[in-house]
Design a protein around this ligand. Structure first.
Ligand SMILES: Cc1cc2nc3c(=O)[nH]c(=O)nc-3n(C[C@H](O)[C@H](O)[C@H](O)COP(=O)(O)OP(=O)(O)OC[C@H]3O[C@@H](n4cnc5c(N)ncnc54)[C@H](O)[C@@H]3O)c2cc1C
Length: 782
């Protein structure tokens, strides 16, 4: 085959095996002959879903159904041959809780899930990150089991109490195939943050430190171990014959290395999939003093692998495609032709889910930089690709210092299908690049374990050398030498530094803070003025902003795009083009009137720091989404009624201003004398409505016609008739709203309760520091 490089193909056995690879988007199965020929292939989607922004779960039943379907497809295509072994590999970092009988209590929480960012930061602080990494080889991050387990202990104690075992997707499938137990393979267990990679066992000190119920941790087995035999029941669904040995392959990363033939220590593979990683095998474990590189158990009992892990790879194109409403991958090469190397100065920082190796920061966020009116879509797309490849360059530079050689870099994953992208890697890294001529090298790597078990090869490395796929050199490779010098000039003199920038008197956890400037000011005074930067501490109600920073002057924080990406309807987001100058913070057509910081506002005029976005929420769902996105970005949200408060509603430069386009009067209960109205109902319209029915609220602030129900409650307002009817705190009977966590709540209007905290009074006068009020029930009089 022209342009193809054929690797060795030695057949020592006629044994035919099945390999299964459980990914986070699909399950793949392959039937392989001893010489590496793939006789049958199956691929059935098993996508993750996002129950909440930042969460990522994969339903267990989808995994099993996809496994069964993929096996049936592969075996049918191969003509149902006699099978000698089946090997299973799977994505690292995902796990579920099962009860003592093996019934799953949760879906699989995948490595992409970001719910446990706070727990990861706390775990790193509690256990001394360096000590932890020396034992486990991994860097504490939300993609490990431990932070998500701590999250479950904190939030779903009931599930943890009922659980008997942690189960990986690989173990789940092995159990269902007939093994009847759920062992974790070493390289999968290493993504827990609790596994001692020197002794290959759970580290008791870490388990104690984090109070992890030790009974939950599964038995561990080395790669290549037999876990059991297939059962007749599983055969009905998968078409696999009974009593076939089930072999535990290493996790997907080491399997991809084997499938690509990267078996010699010092060689590298670049995986350009959902995430970006560059990895290679080593004979002895490496300790990276910077803590940026991960060391994990490798494809054999004695090998290790070193990994530079990025958080975003080809997924940046999916993200961009969704933003512009049409996929990009298919028109990638054409778009790249429409721009020039360097994208005319446009740069993209691919930290959409934080930044990985070698510039770790969970809080960093992505950004387009250097845009001008002259830039086209082709420039943006080129900037996306170049941004990812620059990350790849820095990863390889970090690996070079440990003796890795990128020569003949093998690139795999979805992104390797693009000639343009692989060409960029060749140009920027300055090395020859080859790509496999078939997708799914992980499947081929898993097959190596099954073939060893079937007796076709003496060990897994020999098997991998014998069966590694064919390689092709991407078409445009010849241009490399011409482009490389230009790229050298474009490479930054130092790595782009993505580090969090914290503003405000103190830093705060990645949870959203609904800040009240009035409260903030008072607390600052009480604390004796602004403090120096200290360690991050969760504090509700404190203003904090987290942003990535490139060099010293580019701030990256919550964006309109992030809000739309989270599912907030675009017509509820009042976009503020930066070119418009000072923000128009009155997007609902409200008159500014005698408003915010009155009378100071009259003196100072309207100029303020512009928020990144103004959202006019039509529903509590939108409010919840705004707060969750803000939590993910560590951004400050300021709720605003009509802004007639006299203490400076928008002082403090919130990242997002949240207004409510919820102005319905919901109900008047004439018997109980309670009116229920949404928070943006203004005093004038409420009072007219009541008067027409023979009632009054009895609340007459001078700002009656300009202020809102939500604003009254949040400021504990009074009026000229309050001596008779009482202040707002005496009128509130019930409240609906959304907590800063994004969870909706409802306090029903009902007779007073003798015990417990009075949540109504806690929220009345809270100035938006505890929750966003979306509706209220207020007492009325005749
Ligand atoms: C001329 C003039 C006369 C006034 N007379 C009086 C008076 O007689 N008595 C009196 O008490 N006040 C008076 N005020 C002050 C002001 O009108 C009140 O504080 C009013 O309650 C603010 O309502 P608002 O809708 O404008 O809220 P905003 O000013 O927009 O917001 C006030 C505070 O409440 C928070 N907030 C607003 N909506 C929500 C919500 N839905 N959920 C959570 N938090 C929210 C905001 O974050 C902010 O901290 C007067 C103001 C002016 C300019």
């Amino acid at each position: 085959m022209p342009g193809h490089e054929r690797r060795t193909a030695v057949s020592r056995s006629s044994g035919i095996v099945v390999a299964i690879d459980i990914g986070t988007s699909a399950v793949k199965a392959g039937v392989f002959a001893a010489d590496g020929r793939r006789l049958g292939y199956g691929n059935v989607p098993a996508p993750c879903w996002r129950p909440r922004p930042g969460w990522s779960e994969q339903p267990a039943m989808r995994i099993w159904q996809a496994t069964a379907g993929a096996c049936r497809q592969a075996l049918a295509e191969a003509g149902s041959p006699k099978i000698e072994a089946v090997a299973v590999t799977g994505a690292r970092g995902s796990f579920a809780l099962a009860d003592r009988d093996g019934t799953l209590l949760t879906d699989f929480i995948t490595w992409q899930d970001r719910r446990a960012l706070g727990q990861a930061a706390a775990a790193a602080a509690l256990a001394d990150a360096g000590w932890l990494q020396r034992i486990t080889g991994v860097r504490m991050d939300a993609s490990l089991w431990l932070p998500r387990l701590l999250w479950l202990i904190e939030h779903r104690r009931d599930l943890v109490a009922a659980a008997g075992c942690i189960v990986t997707p690989q173990a789940f499938v092995i159990g269902r195939l007939g093994a009847g137990h759920w062992p974790a393979e070493w390289s999968a267990a290493a993504y827990s943050g609790l596994f001692d990679i020197a002794d290959h066992r759970w580290h008791e000190g870490l388990v104690d430190t984090f109070s992890v119920p030790s009974g939950l941790l599964p038995a561990t087995l080395p790669p290549g171990a037999e876990a059991g035999r297939t059962s007749p029941a599983a055969g009905i669904e998968t078409a696999l014959p009974p009593r076939v040995p089930i072999v535990l392959a290493a996790a997907d990363g080491p399997c991809a290395e084997l499938g690509c033939g990267v078996v010699e220590p010092g060689r590298l593979i670049c995986y350009l999939g959902t995430a970006l990683s560059v990895a290679g095998p080593v004979e002895r474990r490496i300790e990276d003093p910077s803590g940026n590189l991960i060391t994990a158990p490798g494809s054999t009992r004695s090998l290790y692998r070193v990994l530079a892990l990025g958080m975003a790879g080809a997924s940046v194109l999916d993200w961009y495609g969704k933003l512009v409403g049409r996929p990009v991958l298919d028109r990638l090469d054409a778009l790249m032709e429409g721009s020039v190397p360097g994208a005319g100065g446009a740069r993209f920082i691919p930290a959409l889910a934080g930044s990985g190796a070698p510039h770790w920061s969970a809080e960093a966020r992505g950004a387009f930089l250097g845009l001008g009116f002259g830039h086209t879509e082709a420039d943006l797309v080129r900037a996306l690709l170049e941004g990812v490849v620059f990350e790849c360059y820095w990863m390889i530079e970090a690996l070079r210092t440990f003796g890795f050689d990128p020569a003949g870099l093998r690139v795999t994953g979805g992104g390797s299908r693009s000639n343009a992208w692989t060409q960029l890697i060749a140009d920027i890294v300055g090395t020859e690049v080859v790509v496999p001529d078939e997708a799914d090298p992980g499947l081929r790597g898993a097959a190596a374990y099954a073939l060893v078990h079937a007796g076709s090869h003496p060990d897994v490395l020999s098997a991998a050398r014998a069966i590694a796929g064919q390689w092709i050199v991407p078409g445009a490779f010849a241009r490399r030498d011409r482009c490389a010098p230009g790229w050298r000039r474009l490479l930054p003199g130092r790595a782009p530094r993505l580090r969090p920038l914290r503003l405000g008197p103190r830093s705060c956890s990645p949870s959203a803070s609904i800040a009240s400037p009035g409260l903030r000011r008072r607390r600052r005074v009480a604390a004796g003025g602004p403090r120096a930067r200290g360690p991050a501490r969760p504090r509700l109600g404190w203003s904090a902003r987290t942003a990535g920073q490139l060099g010293e002057d580019h701030q990256v924080g919550v964006t309109v795009e992030a809000l739309i990406g989270a599912g907030i309807p675009a017509d509820e987001i009042v976009t503020r083009p930066a070119s418009d100058g000072p923000a128009d913070i009155w997007p609902l057509g409200l008159k500014r009137g005698p408003a915010d910081t009155w009378p100071l506002g009259l003196k100072r005029g309207p100029a303020r720091t512009a928020p990144a976005a103004v959202v006019a929420a039509r529903s509590a769902e939108t409010v919840g989404l705004v707060l969750r996105v803000a939590a993910a970005f560590g951004a400050t949200v300021q709720v605003q009624g009509t802004g007639t408060n006299v203490v400076g509603c928008l002082d403090g430069s919130p990242d997002v201003v949240l207004q409510l386009a919820m102005d319905r009067i919901v109900d008047l209960d004439e018997v109980s004398q309670v009116v229920t109205a949404e928070a943006a109902v203004t005093g004038g319209s409420l009072e007219s409505f009541l008067n027409e029915r023979g009632f009054t609220l009895g609340h007459y602030p001078q700002s009656l016609h300009h202020s809102t129900v939500g604003g009254w409650i949040s400021t504990r307002a009074t009026g000229t008739a309050s001596a008779r009817f009482g202040g707002l705190e005496q009128m509130v009977r019930g409240l609906e709203g959304v907590l800063s966590s994004g969870e909706a709540f409802r306090i029903l209007a009902r007779p007073r309760s003798p015990g417990g905290l009075d949540a109504l009074q806690l929220l009345t006068g809270a100035e938006g520091s505890l929750a966003v009020i979306t509706a209220a029930s207020l007492a009325v009089a005749r």
